[in-house]
Ligand binder design. Structure first.
Ligand code: TMP
Length: 237
């Protein structure tokens, strides 16, 4: 596998082409951003922790029947993935109220949501990822109705698998964000699943173990991510 040129640099990952047109390399950097890039810092080890943690989660999801772009880990901070045509929406599932839901609806942080909720957001930093619905997705041609249905079904399947996985390790999966793309016409999970894109609380103390530590300036960000990995038995090189 030959790494070729950089295709794109996002806020936390850089994407490289390879000698295979169907495969890309994702490089997880230590850059950490919040509030759509307004707050940016480098946190030592974060790239490798998220890369190796994401590989573990993607393998669990694939085993549970969710197709993912993950091919194989290449090294500490790089992974080989399928090249997807990304669908420009973010899929958010929530089990407990937090973050923008609390701000939008004025509900109490930590209230359990039964049943869990699902929201779409347009992936657009300049517009601060506005919430959109299925009609917007259809009208602007971002995805077809069947792709929308597939993204929702996979998001809830991910919730089922990961709520159980984190629950067994003493953590509450509060909410998370997924991004999907198309590979040979099929909807496939892309991007990453890591504490950068979800909320995880200790089940007993409700201590935050995710990127809210960075957003809220609580400190111990990467230490918390490493604790999450250790609780799941993921060793980080
Ligand atoms: P929110 O409460 O800010 O809407 O976020 C819900 C979840 O989605 C939370 O776990 C953070 C994650 N998320 C991202 O990872 N990136 C984003 O751009 C957004 C809007 C949310």
């Amino acid at each position: 596998m030959e790494k070729r040129e950089q295709l794109y640099a996002g806020k936390a990952k850089s994407v490289f082409t390879t000698d295979d047109p169907n495969l890309l390399i994702l490089h997880f950097r230590d850059d950490t951003s919040a509030f759509d890039g307004e707050k940016m810092e480098q946190l030592a080890r974060k790239g490798r922790v998220n890369n190796q943690f994401n590989a573990f989660i993607m393998e669990k999801l694939a085993a549970a029947g969710v197709p993912t772009h993950f091919e194989r880990l290449l090294n500490q901070d790089e992974v080989l993935v399928k090249r997807l045509t990304m669908i420009p929406v973010e899929c958010v599932v929530r089990n407990f109220a937090a973050g923008s839901l609390v701000r939008r609806l004025g509900v109490e942080e930590g209230k359990e949501l039964d049943p869990p909720t699902f929201e779409f957001f347009l992936k657009n930093d300049a517009l601060h990822d506005p919430m959109v619905n299925e009609y917007h997705i259809r009208a602007f041609g971002w995805a077809s109705d069947s792709e929308v249905a597939q993204m929702k079904a996979y998001s809830f399947k991910v919730n089922e698998v990961l709520r159980q996985l984190f629950g067994a390790a003493g953590m509450l999966l509060v909410d998370f964000k997924l991004e999907f793309g198309l590979f040979q016409g099929e909807v496939v999970l892309g991007d990453e699943f890591s504490p950068d894109g979800c909320r995880l609380w200790d089940a007993d103390t409700r201590k935050k173990l995710d990127k809210d530590r960075f957003r809220q300036g609580l400190g111990g960000v990467v230490e918390a991510y490493e604790e999450v990995a250790a609780r799941l038995g993921v060793t980080i090189d």
